[in-house]
Design a protein around this ligand. Structure first.
Ligand SMILES: C[S@@+](CC[C@H](N)C(=O)[O-])C[C@H]1O[C@@H](n2cnc3c(N)ncnc32)[C@H](O)[C@@H]1O
Length: 283
């Protein structure tokens, strides 16, 4: 997959949306991962690096955190944000592909934990990413934490048929790029295929009801995801610009309902590499 094929693109507006979303999600995600005993952490597809830096802060001074990111645009912005926060040296960010991790031989098989979020849904071969992650962690129980979307779990209450239709058209368009919008439900399978043992599944809640502080950012994020895909949806014939505009108007009206609720959660699966898994991640 080239940078151009990445469904969200790399515009300034898209990067602002992702930054806002980070603030909402990262605290919840950190609460869902037990970081005790972790001294080396690999973050695959680290994007703008906010969560990568959150991990490093949570782990403390002597921990080593390495983020791998393929896009130079994302890496530049990640480095700019780290610098602006006075955290230029907090994590190492390295350019490379998740399906062929740019690790030294001396680094492979040494990480306590390898993590990836919102990346498996963007690669045509997510199993290759998970195999690389398994090979990157310690053979004696290194942990692999996968978090990704299952777009079908979105529910709005009261119902908003226009936006639910647009949402479905949006996530179905992942298939035009050869990627799986429902990969979140397959995380444990991917671990098994890569030779790791799934030891835990849970989900990170990412919804809100009007009246929660989170409601506005969650709604803005959904709005931004759809608006950002307007051109590609129109071009692919899946949803015209007019249909999307109508759906977004309906969504704005919906969001003023006092009981408006977004139900959404992100599947998380954790696996362990055991001695029976070789360096290529095979059992
Ligand atoms: C939606 S962002 C998620 C970023 C970060 N993991 C987070 O949760 O904030 C997906 C990132 O994965 C990167 N990416 C996609 N395919 C990749 C690949 N094959 N190797 C490395 N990075 C990749 C994209 O460039 C993008 O920065």
């Amino acid at each position: 997959m080239t940078d151009e094929a990445y469904i969200h693109g790399f515009t300034g507006e898209e990067q602002r949306r992702l930054t806002k979303m980070q603030e909402i999600l990262n605290r919840t995600e950190l609460d869902a991962i037990d970081l005790r005993g972790v001294r080396t952490l690999l973050d695959v597809g680290s994007g703008l690096g906010q969560l990568t830096r959150d991990f490093a802060r949570a782990l403390g001074g002597d921990a080593r955190v390495l983020g791998i990111e393929r896009s130079s645009v994302q890496l530049d912005e990640a480095r700019r944000q780290a610098e602006a926060a006075g955290e230029a040296d907090l994590v190492e960010l390295r350019q490379g592909d998740a399906t062929a991790l740019p690790l030294e031989e001396s680094e492979r098989g040494t990480f306590d934990l390898a993590h990836t979020r919102f990346v498996l849904e963007h690669v045509p071969d997510p199993a290759a990413v998970v195999r690389e992650m398994v090979a990157a962690v310690r053979p004696d129980g290194g942990r692999i934490v996968l978090l990704d979307d299952d777009h079908e779990v979105l529910r709005l209450s009261p119902e908003c048929p226009e936006i639910e239709h647009a949402w479905r058209r949006y996530w179905e368009s992942y298939r035009d790029l050869g990627t799986d919008p429902l990969v979140g439900r397959r995380l444990a399978e991917l671990l098994v295929e890569a030779g790791a043992t799934p030891v835990r599944v849970t989900s990170v809640f990412y919804g809100a009801v009007r009246g929660m502080e989170l409601f506005e950012p969650v709604v803005a994020n959904l709005h931004g995801v759809l608006a950002g895909a307007a051109e590609s949806l129109d071009r692919s014939g899946r949803l015209s610009r007019n249909e999307l505009a109508t759906a977004l108007e309906a969504f704005d009206a919906w969001s003023r309902h006092p009981a408006a609720t977004v139900w959404y959660s992100l599947p998380l699966a954790e696996g362990r590499r055991t001695a029976a898994t070789d360096d290529a991640g095979r059992p």
